[in-house]
Design a protein around this ligand. Structure first.
Ligand code: BDR
Ligand code: CA
Length: 321
């Protein structure tokens, strides 16, 4: 289990629940949030992150470092069709006045890892640009980090932004390729999210019932009230998809993991039909070293309880009901 985490995020909708889960839990200390290009306009993501920290009474203690405003190589496209223009629903566009911390996010990540070798887990909820830039500055980053948990990719599953690719890997496939090549990653992919990383109607009902008493439940209702144009994979599902909370949960509570496999995983960085596609060598037919820990199954009920405890009670550490 992680002791100290840095959360790299493109804060919009589901990222906020990953942040709340980690910040409100006593299981870990959140050292900082780092922001990378992803879901919505960069400055909006920064504000969304600060607002989420404020909601948890943590904005004074947890610094927010701004990082890459565009992918390593590719042109940047946002996911406002999924997250809305601002990323927290149409009614919430925060302006917090919280200052950003000094230091470019990739440099902060390197400094923190050097200062506390072996102690820091990176929880990566965004395209992997900041992490790839950190690797460029410190090639020995793998030895300095405790773990790297990544939400990204689509393992043997159709993608969510194209048939071939999941959003985080699609936005910056060059960064994803570098990170999977050079770090020992625990991978939480889009397929796992669809299988095990949702809040179902029963969970939603618990949250709705709590919205008058819990500011986190009210926040959830505000953020997830409208899904401007749900992507093709979620239409007709009476659930909200929580990829970033799932990845964070796995970093905090590894007991939730039911099945995992270690494989060589590569990402197609070429432009075209298969840009951002996740290639997993399940049969060991390449000569690449198997080093990516792909999470294949998670205790769905346990995950839902953990997230409901966070949203309904503001207490992820509360025992399951
Ligand atoms: C991932 O992309 C983002 O839109 C979400 O926040 C999540 O990190 C899912 O594909
Ligand atoms: Ca995200």
């Amino acid at each position: 289990m992680a002791d100290r985490v840095i959360i790299d995020t493109d804060t919009a909708t589901d990222d906020t629940l990953g942040i709340l889960l980690a910040v409100l839990s006593d299981r870990v200390d959140v050292e900082a949030l780092t922001i990378g290009a992803g879901n919505v306009a960069f400055d909006r993501q920064v504000e969304n992150a600060k607002y989420t920290l404020q909601l948890a009474d943590a904005a004074a203690e947890i610094p927010v470092h701004e990082g890459a405003r565009s992918p390593l190589v590719k042109e940047h496209e946002h996911a406002t069709q999924i997250h809305g223009e601002g990323g927290l629903g149409p009614d919430l566009v925060p302006e917090t006045d919280v200052p950003s911390a000094e230091g470019f996010a990739p440099e902060y990540i390197v400094d923190a890892a050097r200062e506390r070798p072996g102690e820091i887990t990176l929880v990566c909820l965004a395209p992997l640009t900041n992490v790839a830039l950190a690797l460029e500055r410190e090639p020995e980053l793998a030895e300095l980090l405790a773990d790297v948990v990544v939400m990204g990719g689509n393992v043997h599953t159709a993608g969510n932004v194209t048939p071939a690719a999941e959003f985080n890997f699609w936005v910056d496939p060059d960064a994803a390729k570098i990170v999977l090549d050079e770090l020992d990653v625990t991978l939480v992919d889009w397929g796992l999210t669809l299988r095990d990383g949702t809040l179902d109607a029963a969970a939603e009902e618990r949250i709705t019932d709590a919205a008058g008493d819990s500011r986190f439940a009210a926040f959830y209702e505000t953020v997830f009230q409208s899904d401007p144009e749900p992507d093709a994979t979620v239409i007709d599902r009476d659930e909200t998809l929580q990829p970033d909370a799932l990845a964070t949960a796995i970093a905090l509570v590894p007991e939730l993991i039911e099945q995992r496999g270690t494989y060589a995983v590569d990402v197609d960085e070429r432009e075209g039909l298969t840009r951002g596609h996740t290639v997993v060598d399940t049969n060991g037919v390449t000569d690449r070293e198997p080093r990516t820990d792909v999470i294949e199954s998670v205790d769905t009920d346990g995950f839902r309880q953990l997230l409901c405890n966070t949203i309904v009670h503001g207490d992820p550490d509360r025992s399951f009901e």
